[in-house]
Write a protein that binds this ligand. Structure first.
Ligand SMILES: C[S@@+](CC[C@H](N)C(=O)[O-])C[C@H]1O[C@@H](n2cnc3c(N)ncnc32)[C@H](O)[C@@H]1O
Length: 259
């Protein structure tokens, strides 16, 4: 796994740029948010933490079904965007704050449920991050981890991660589903329920989501076309220069922390 300072200025600057791109695109992923919420067995009395909350899409899905949601993200701009989105919605039980998963500013056992969607592949030390999530959840308590997973084959996974990193320099490493299960087990999180599914992505839209400039766009497309030609990933890449599509695989795990 590539080591990097996850709170470095360059990472924050890139994440802030991505927040701007997101603000323009208003991507909601409502279906994925709903599936995650339904899997979590949320109760109306639950106090919830959403870590690496981004612009708050998942937090807004959870809020009507629980007592309170706190969203935390390392990027000031993501948090500003999330806070801006609460204005005029009438949603009063959600708030957002800047913070890193490595040092969450909450006492132990503060939340009934903790969520982390599309965060793990950004974290320099996913195990340390999971231990922070475990620290802040009330035991026994549920932690819901949702992320994209990569190939079970190390070489194919490496090519995939190279493409992801070319698109988004804040990407650290996408695990295979098996590695994800091993990581959760290593943190003594037992999986009570798991779902995986595939979703087709349009390359151009996927690049716009991170506000990629032409250089980054062209470089990543070259890598994608090369992977398609050589068949070196499990991404099921189809189409040509301007019509590239590929498949992402989601994995959502409802896990239980006992201690
Ligand atoms: C792909 S976005 C996912 C946002 C949101 N969870 C969602 O599903 O829409 C990844 C988020 O992780 C945040 N992030 C990256 N490293 C982080 C860290 N060390 N601590 C907290 N947030 C982090 C980024 O700022 C970004 O908003």
């Amino acid at each position: 796994m590539t080591a990097r300072k996850d709170s470095g200025e360059d990472v924050r600057r890139e994440l802030d740029r991505q927040a701007e791109a997101r603000a323009e695109m208003m991507v909601r992923w409502d279906d994925v948010s709903r599936v995650i919420r339904e899997m979590s067995r949320l109760k109306p009395t639950d106090r919830v933490l959403d870590v690496a909350c981004g612009d708050g899409v998942l937090a807004f899905e959870l809020a009507p079904h629980c007592a309170y949601v706190t969203g935390v993200d390392i990027s000031d701009s993501m948090i500003a965007l999330a806070a801006e989105r609460t204005i005029g919605t009438g949603v009063a039980n959600v708030s957002f704050q800047v913070g890193s998963v490595e040092h969450l500013e909450f006492p132990a056992n503060s939340f009934d449920r903790v969520f982390c969607r599309l965060g793990l592949h950004h974290f320099a030390d996913p195990k340390k991050a999971l231990h922070e999530l475990i620290r802040v959840v009330k035991k026994p308590g549920h932690i819901i981890v949702a992320d994209l997973v990569s190939s079970g084959d190390p070489d194919r996974r490496e090519v995939h991660n190279k493409i992801e990193k070319s698109r988004d320099p804040t990407h650290v490493s996408m695990l295979s589903a098996r590695q994800m299960r091993a990581l959760l087990a290593d943190c003594e999180l037992s999986i009570e329920r798991e779902m995986t599914w595939e979703t087709r992505r349009r390359f151009n839209e996927w690049m716009r989501l991170v506000g990629a400039d032409k250089g980054r766009f062209d470089r990543t497309r070259r890598l994608m076309l090369e992977a398609a030609r050589k068949k070196t990933t499990d991404l099921q890449i189809t189409g040509g220069e301007n019509s590239l599509e590929f498949t992402h695989r989601w994995m959502v795990a409802l896990t239980l922390a006992l201690a």
